[in-house]
Design a protein around this ligand. Structure first.
Ligand SMILES: *Cc1c(COP(=O)(O)O)cnc(C)c1O
Length: 389
């Protein structure tokens, strides 16, 4: 029997995760403590990065990444329109403005060619971005070698929104190693590759950025006399030297995260297998899965298809509704950020980024998660074939 509805994503929690959380609950720490530090160290080791800073969620981590890079009023931050709103909002939190770079029509990631063109004209107008935030959409790494070459040439900083990409590799190195960026941010929301309930992590190889991320994570307060503006007054003494936040992760969450991390390769391997099976089953159908670019090994947070709505007699909405009626919890990623009412009020027009809009108009995300069975997947493939008829 097929259990219905099949969600598009679902966490995988086993007894060892439960045990790890219970152990944290029975320890002396509940808020940020030794479990957070252990989780940070394992994550840094897993990714091959120097520093990992655990943060209460990826939205806050993106905000801190922008603060650490001193994004402020008068600055411009560029990201992809094909993303969750958080990738763009982080710049607005800092008082900066946002612009977008359109996607490639086949990988659905930010196009390095369009980035190069946009940089060329921005340089002429003296409006170069301070930070560019490429998003590894669905878990597929962006073409980071080209993006980082442009960063060197034009002098901007790079923050990877790697919310979808824990466990993805780019030319043999793990996403999160920051070999082509200043900071990379992960999300541990339950629907992502691994979870802490709510949670995020910022990776960096720069000790000064790591220090600033930690400082802003906890109110802008330091207890290190080296960074104080006056003499310390005693063992109790701390100073607030920046306007920070309370963006800490709890030890309860970190215990879950560390336990999940031990299984992440297994999670990603199954997702890759499911993706290959979808690819094979869909060959010849009137839909387009994401093309995987050279050297990009996706972690497959999402399996998205673009339905060839130009060639079938149904709208995307009809295909979506038919799949929902069949008990398949399909979703759509993403409504282009610049078309959201809030962003329209900032002056963006629907056709400013036509590739993102064209992709969106046929986009459907199919179920993709560790616990999805082959039997469920075959049922989904059959339902997709039928919905396109
Ligand atoms: C999920 C997600 C975020 C936000 O993550 P939270 O941990 O829920 O704050 C940011 N960017 C992208 C691309 C995401 O998918």
């Amino acid at each position: 029997m097929i259990k219905s509805p099949i969600p598009y994503g679902h966490q995988c929690i086993d007894q060892s995760d439960v045990d790890a959380v219970v152990e944290a609950l029975q320890s002396d720490w509940l808020t940020q403590g030794p479990a957070v530090e252990r989780f940070e160290q394992s994550m840094a080791k897993y990714c091959g990065a120097e520093h990992a800073v655990a943060i209460c969620n990826a939205t806050a981590a993106l905000h801190l990444a922008c603060r650490a890079l001193e994004v402020g009023p008068g600055d411009v931050v560029w990201t992809s329109p094909n993303t969750f709103v958080a990738s763009a909002n982080c710049a607005l939190y800092c008082g900066a403005s946002v612009d977008f770079v359109d996607i490639e029509p086949d990988t659905f990631n930010m196009s390095p060619e369009l980035l190069a063109t946009k940089l060329e004209s921005a340089a002429k107008q003296g409006r170069l971005p301070k930070v560019v935030i490429p998003v590894h959409f669905g878990g597929q790494p962006c073409r980071m070698d080209e993006i980082s070459a442009l960063a060197k040439r034009y002098g901007f900083r790079v923050v990877e929104d790697a919310s979808h990409a824990v466990g993805a590799d780019y030319h043999g190195s793990k996403i999160g190693s920051c070999s082509h960026s200043d900071i990379a941010v992960f999300s541990f929301h339950p629907v992502k590759i691994m979870t802490t309930g709510e949670g995020g992590m910022a990776m960096t190889n720069d000790p000064e950025l790591a220090r600033r991320l930690r400082l802003f994570r906890s109110h802008g307060i330091t207890r290190d006399p080296k960074y104080m503006e006056d003499e310390t007054e005693g063992g109790w003494y701390y100073q607030q030297i920046e306007l920070g936040f309370n963006y800490r992760m709890t030890d309860i969450q970190a215990a879950l995260g560390a336990s999940q991390l031990t299984k992440v390769n297994q999670f990603v391997a199954r997702r890759r297998q499911l993706a290959r099976q979808y690819d094979a089953a869909f060959r010849g159908m009137l839909l387009q899965p994401a093309r995987l670019a050279d050297g990009c090994n996706s972690a497959f947070h999402l399996y998205v298809i673009r339905v060839a709505i130009e060639k079938i007699s149904h709208t995307r909405r009809e295909v979506y509704d038919r799949l929902r009626e069949a008990g398949i919890g399909v979703n759509v990623h993403y409504i282009p950020v610049h078309t959201q009412p809030y962003y329209r009020r900032l002056g963006f027009k629907r056709n400013d980024f036509p590739n993102a809009v064209h992709y969106y108009e046929g986009a459907i995300s199919l179920p993709m998660f560790y616990g999805l069975t082959d039997e469920q997947q075959q049922f989904i493939v059959g339902a997709v074939a039928e919905a396109l008829q």
